[in-house]
Write a protein that binds this ligand. Structure first.
Ligand code: AMP
Length: 271
């Protein structure tokens, strides 16, 4: 595996490659990331993984500072997977050139866009930069961050003429969605997160089974119940259309979206 730390070196290295899959990450490599890497390796001759903890997508500096980082361990995992290139850019390099700024429309300001001001503008900004550097036509992203996937499809797939491969959420055996942020949770919080995930899977199943106009799941009641039972703060708990993220109309395929804070750590998931 070649470790590349500058845009200049990356350009030199990948100039003549066509068949390259790209897996952008913020590190803390876990099985969720690994599933994306394997999907890329199946389809492409070469795979580039980037690790860049992007400061502009954190709305609190404290959150950026405490984001778990373990580059040595990540390098060992990626080498084992036979990743061809690990791109480790510096913030200075990524932000040294001028690039388009993205503004979300009113209709995009839902779910995390409503609760984390500036977050997706930061994500789109860095993804625009990374994609213009890496120039891959095959991008691999996780459904765990469903709204991110949706916005990148909307804003960037045409611009870069890139295929966006969405990969299902990988969970632990007790149903917690893998996430680098889970490293910040203690045992008790992890147990709570597992209970919450199991309950939400049940709610989704119930709604899917009884998907008729007669049946309504009152999510505001569930929200209150969960907040009290687990001592958590829920930002949102909503059924939304899988395709356009509009509030679900009971006809199309839908997902249950949740964001909550537990011990001051914010977790997101969808089922
Ligand atoms: P992150 O390092 O958290 O920014 O994630 C990098 C990529 O991995 C994003 O496309 C995420 O959606 C994806 N990802 C993160 N966690 C999971 C998971 N549990 N299952 C599948 N993909 C994931």
């Amino acid at each position: 595996m070649k470790i590349i730390t500058s845009i200049f070196d990356l350009n030199k290295e990948i100039k003549n490659f066509k068949n390259v899959g790209f897996v952008p990450t913020m590190g803390g490599i876990h099985n969720g990331h690994i599933s994306l890497i394997k999907a890329s390796q199946k389809k492409n001759k070469k795979t580039i993984v980037s690790i860049f903890v992007n400061p502009t997508q954190f709305n609190k500096t404290s959150d950026f500072k405490k984001y778990p980082r373990d580059i040595e361990k990540d390098i060992i995992s990626l080498k084992k997977l036979k990743v061809n290139y690990l791109f480790l850019p510096t913030t200075k390099d990524i932000y040294k050139f001028k690039a388009r700024k993205f503004v979300l429309r009113k209709k995009d300001k839902i779910l995390c866009a409503k609760f984390r001001k500036g977050h997706f503008e930061g994500v789109l900004n860095v993804m625009n930069r990374l994609m213009s550097i890496v120039k891959s036509k095959d991008l691999f992203m996780g459904e765990k961050d469903y709204q991110q996937l949706h916005l990148i499809r909307r804003f960037l797939s045409k611009k870069f003429n890139v295929r966006i491969n969405s990969c299902p959420t990988i969970r632990t055996s007790d149903k917690i969605a893998l996430s680098t942020r889970n490293k910040l949770l203690n045992k008790k919080s992890l147990e709570k997160a597992s209970h919450i995930a199991k309950l939400l899977i049940k709610i989704k199943k119930r709604r899917t089974k009884l998907n008729s106009s007669k049946f309504k799941v009152d999510l505001s009641n569930y929200k209150k119940e969960l907040e009290e039972k687990f001592n958590i703060k829920i930002d949102y708990l909503e059924f939304r259309d899988e395709k356009n993220l509009k509030l679900n109309n009971l006809k199309n395929k839908f997902r249950l979206f949740v964001a909550y804070s537990i011990d001051k750590i914010r977790l997101i998931d969808n089922f």
